[in-house]
Design a protein around this ligand. Structure first.
Ligand code: HEM
Length: 458
């Protein structure tokens, strides 16, 4: 990894950062929709670390230097709120005033109340559940069969999050919940098209379907909350922690607030972790040397692969963790972080007007040759302590950073490492003949047609 270079933006004399103008009406929206990853990569390369452009009537800045990203997310975080896209009716209807979208004192209180649910002593208890569900999934796998690993990982993390959030409570409703969650995620699969904008605001069939489905989901979640309040038992899950949480004044969350937090955790935690695992399988198929090293570590630590991994093994699985970290670098499920400026401020020497949207694309920064040698290559070894220390802070931010850093960060890493270890202990994969993997950058970075692979038992 290379030393931190000068920010190109600091050398730009003009007060307006350069950037593509796009169409007089839509700005760069068509270009962005046509090839989002290509677009964000190109503008950073062609215009520099601070790029100014426009989506319809919204001014947008793309920031690509770690030092500027650090300022937006940490030192100057008070100048920013979450981006406009978080305030669309679809998004608001799902997550309400949950952690991901709330702001100011309200957010601070919720974060404080939710934090204990994510303390390591607490989340460590979920390790066994994670391994157990993974074993159940792979017990049905047969040597030589072709599977869609994306679908498998989505199912696995859905079961894990349902169990760790609600315990057995959703067992009866799990299928309904699963189907409903899939349905409500659907509109987010497409990008900011005109249809998406209209569906959000007008009572189109898609709009009505979406609101009906969220209502069904609400019914289940409120039922679970009601039952849990009535019997008062600590089920040892995240919902119990949120129910017990109270601030210094003894204030607790209302049912509505609990519902918003539960939905937020579902939305923020399920697909992201599934994608981290999905892309990891894709990369391991492409890099047999890394795959071999992973298998060697698992065989050594897990007694020749004879036993299942546990939370206690995690410190002895450094390479497995490096595989996940490197996969999150190349395919960050949340491929960018957005903000809106709430005051006139400055980034990288440029004035930024209140109301501007500011985007920091991990997809771009994680592949910047100024910070990473051979950035397009999957090299888990680059995460060994010495190399990683040379990396500028915020050249790597798959979980965001600053006060709004992902609250499920450690939970997700534990889940990804344990699931990877449990599966790779017994299986490896090769690409299915004729299947092409295509990236679809929507709300998160998905494979458009899944990841089809042939299963090989060890
Ligand atoms: C590999 C998996 C994951 C990735 C890549 C990821 C990524 C992120 C990122 C980038 C943010 C910051 C967003 C921003 O600043 O605007 C975030 C926030 C958040 N994530 Fe995650 N996440 C993952 C897993 C999880 C899990 C497992 C949970 C919960 C069980 C979770 C819950 C949340 C919540 C509640 C927030 C909002 C925190 C706040 O603003 O206070 N995430 N995540």
């Amino acid at each position: 990894m290379k030393d931190e270079p000068e920010s190109a933006s600091e050398m730009t004399p003009s007060l307006v950062p350069p950037g593509p103008k796009g169409n007089w009406l839509t700005g760069v929206m068509p270009e962005f929709n046509r090839d989002s990853l290509g677009f964000v990569t190109r503008i950073a390369r062609d215009y520099g670390d601070v790029v100014r452009t426009r989506f319809l009537y919204l001014t947008a800045y793309f920031i690509s230097h770690p030092r500027d990203i650090e300022r937006v997310l940490t030192t100057d975080h008070k100048n920013f709120i979450k981006p406009r896209s978080f305030r669309t009716p679809f998004f608001q209807r799902i997550v309400g005033h949950g952690l991901l979208t709330s702001e100011g004192d309200f957010w601070r209180r919720q974060r404080r109340l939710s934090q204990p649910a994510f303390h390591r002593e607490r989340t460590n208890r979920y390790g066994e559940i994670m391994v157990d569900y993974t074993e159940r999934l792979i017990d049905g796998w047969r040597d030589g069969e072709t599977r869609d690993l994306h679908q498998d990982m989505m199912r696995l993390t859905m079961e894990i999050v349902a169990r760790t959030l609600f315990s057995a409570d959703v067992a009866g409703d799990a299928e309904d919940v699963g189907r409903a969650l899939k349905e409500i995620a659907e509109p987010f699969a497409s990008q900011a098209t005109l249809k998406w904008i209209l569906d959000n605001r007008l009572p189109t069939p898609a709009h009505r379907r979406f609101f009906r489905t969220v209502q069904k989901l609400d019914d289940v979640v409120f039922k679970v909350i009601g039952e849990r309040r009535a019997n008062g038992a600590d089920a040892g899950d995240l919902l119990s922690m949120l129910l017990q949480a109270q601030d210094e004044d003894g204030g607790r969350m209302t049912d509505r607030q609990l519902r918003d937090e539960v939905m937020t955790l579902f939305l923020a935690g399920q697909e992201t972790t599934a994608l981290a695992l999905t892309w990891t399988w894709h990369l391991l198929m492409l890099y047999p040397q890394a795959e071999a090293r992973l298998h060697a570590e698992l065989a050594e630590v897990l007694d020749g692969g004879e036993r299942l991994p546990t939370v206690a093994d995690l410190p002895r699985l450094p390479y497995t963790e490096m595989v996940i970290k490197e996969s999150l670098r190349l395919y960050p499920p949340a491929w960018g972080v957005g903000r809106e400026a709430v005051t006139d401020c400055e980034i990288g020497g440029y004035p930024i007007r209140r109301g501007a949207q500011v985007f920091m694309m991990s997809w771009v920064v994680h592949r910047d040759p100024r910070f990473y040698d051979a950035p397009e290559e999957f090299r888990p070894e680059r995460w060994n302590a010495e190399e990683a220390r040379r990396l500028p802070k915020f050249a790597y931010f798959p979980f965001g950073g600053g006060p709004r850093v992902c609250i499920g960060n450690a939970f997700a890493m534990m889940e990804a490492v344990l699931c990877l270890a449990t599966i790779a202990r017994r299986f490896r994969f090769s690409p299915a003949f004729g299947h092409h993997v295509t990236i679809m950058p929507a709300m998160s970075l998905r494979p458009r047609d899944g990841i089809k692979a042939v299963v090989h038992a060890h």
